[in-house]
Ligand binder design. Structure first.
Ligand code: NAD
Length: 357
């Protein structure tokens, strides 16, 4: 099995690469990543010398590069995670989301299709033994307003931000290639992830970092927005399950049945950090600062993960409180990682995003 994983230097991708490299020594794992601000090879320093691992620096918006790569390496499978992934950045720069998330995904579909058709038997049997797995988000379903409602695989798409619109478009292209060319595709849509290596522009690592450095904790609006949180290693385990057991043409929603209001998470993090840092109870909560809400901020996301649980046997392994403890411990033990990713370009971004809110 020659397996291409895109976006493997990012947050979720690095956990997926690590899982596949260590669990499947008989596979050759190729990690293709452009190394944008969100890509960091330090995330993979523990497995970078594994004999079954190869890193390829490249950009999925470059169709020629992808065609050449597929001509050189006969991949059997693709797990596609490379994306621009931050909603706030999509509001200030939607076009880079169109380029990577939409055009990049179609480039990758074309490269896989063309190489599999060129090297395989004729007709649809060219795709025998191949698999193209597209990793997506629950944000494509839009926002829930009724507390009894959950996102099902059949929920109509209703993306509300440039990020979710670009992911929705990429999902549609993947399904269209499955339908039109009979490509062997499978998809999953997952809820919010958290855990080690999370880039500190996202809620949980941003709060951990700011509590640690005694900076204001910027909470959007009133902090009422609800998200369903899953430990990143459990998402990587789900991706392993879907890649190996998922039925071609199907979509699987992935989530932990674990809904939290943003403000409740921030309070839980404040209490956890006060305890870990030996600060008097209530110290960190004083840093909470309410800032102007994100434009078009979706109120609630909640995944119904029964299909993957019942049909493929996947279950999350960690309760949220345990996962959050592990996450805080990881950030406190990896100060150098945090210092590296919060220097330079990120500081400029941070000032632009929060300084005048
Ligand atoms: N983070 C979440 O909570 C979450 C939840 C559900 C689904 N997802 C999806 O999972 C995937 C990974 O998310 P993440 O949070 O790890 O993202 P991330 O931003 O941490 O990582 C994205 C990676 O893609 C790479 N990349 C970006 N543009 C590229 C390009 N043009 N060519 C090649 N590589 C490029 C980056 O360098 C980075 O390593 C995304 O597709 C995202 O939509 C994320």
């Amino acid at each position: 099995m020659k397996l291409l994983i895109t976006g493997g230097a990012g947050f979720i991708g690095s956990h997926v690469v690590r899982l596949f490299v260590t669990k499947y020594p008989e596979y050759q794992i190729y990690n293709l990543d452009k190394l944008t601000y969100a890509g960091n090879l330090a995330n993979l320093s523990d497995i970078e010398n594994a004999p079954n691992y190869t890193f390829i620096k490249g950009d999925i918006t470059d169709a020629k590069f992808l065609e050449d790569m597929f001509a050189e390496i006969p991949f059997d499978g693709v797990i596609h995670l490379a994306a621009e992934s931050h909603v706030d950045r999509s509001i200030t720069d939607p076009m880079s989301f169109v380029m990577t998330n939409v055009v990049g995904t179609v480039n990758l579909l074309n490269a896989a299709k063309n190489s599999w058709q060129a090297n395989g038997a004729g007709g649809t049997s060219a795709f025998d033994g191949k698999r193209f797995y597209h990793v997506s988000t629950d944000e494509v379903y839009g926002s829930l307003h009724n507390p009894d409602e959950f996102f099902l695989e059949t929920t109509p798409y209703d993306p509300q931000s440039p990020y979710s619109a670009s992911k929705a478009a990429s999902d549609h292209f993947v399904r269209a290639y499955g339908n039109t060319y009979k490509m062997p595709v499978v998809l999953s849509n997952c809820s919010n992830n958290y855990g080690p290596n999370h880039f500190p522009e996202k809620l949980i690592p941003l709060m951990i970092h700011n509590i640690q450095t005694n900076k204001p904790l910027p909470v959007y609006g009133k902090g009422e927005n609800v998200r369903d949180w899953l430990f990143v290693v459990d998402h990587a385990r789900a991706i392993d399950t879907v890649f190996h057991k998922g039925v071609l043409g199907e979509t699987y929603n992935i989530g932990g049945f674990n809904e939290w209001k943003n403000i409740d998470i921030v309070h839980l993090l404040c209490a956890t950090m006060d305890r870990k840092l030996g600060r008097p109870e209530g110290t960190s909560a004083k840093l909470i600062t309410y800032v102007t809400d994100r434009a078009g901020h979706d109120l609630r996301y909640a995944i119904d993960a029964n299909k993957i649980m019942n049909e493929l046997g996947w279950q999350p392994s960690l309760q949220f409180e345990e996962g959050l403890e592990k996450t805080v411990d990881w950030f406190l033990a990896n100060q150098e990682w945090l210092d590296n990713v919060t220097s330079g370009a990120y500081q400029t971004y941070y000032q632009g995003m929060y300084a005048n809110r």
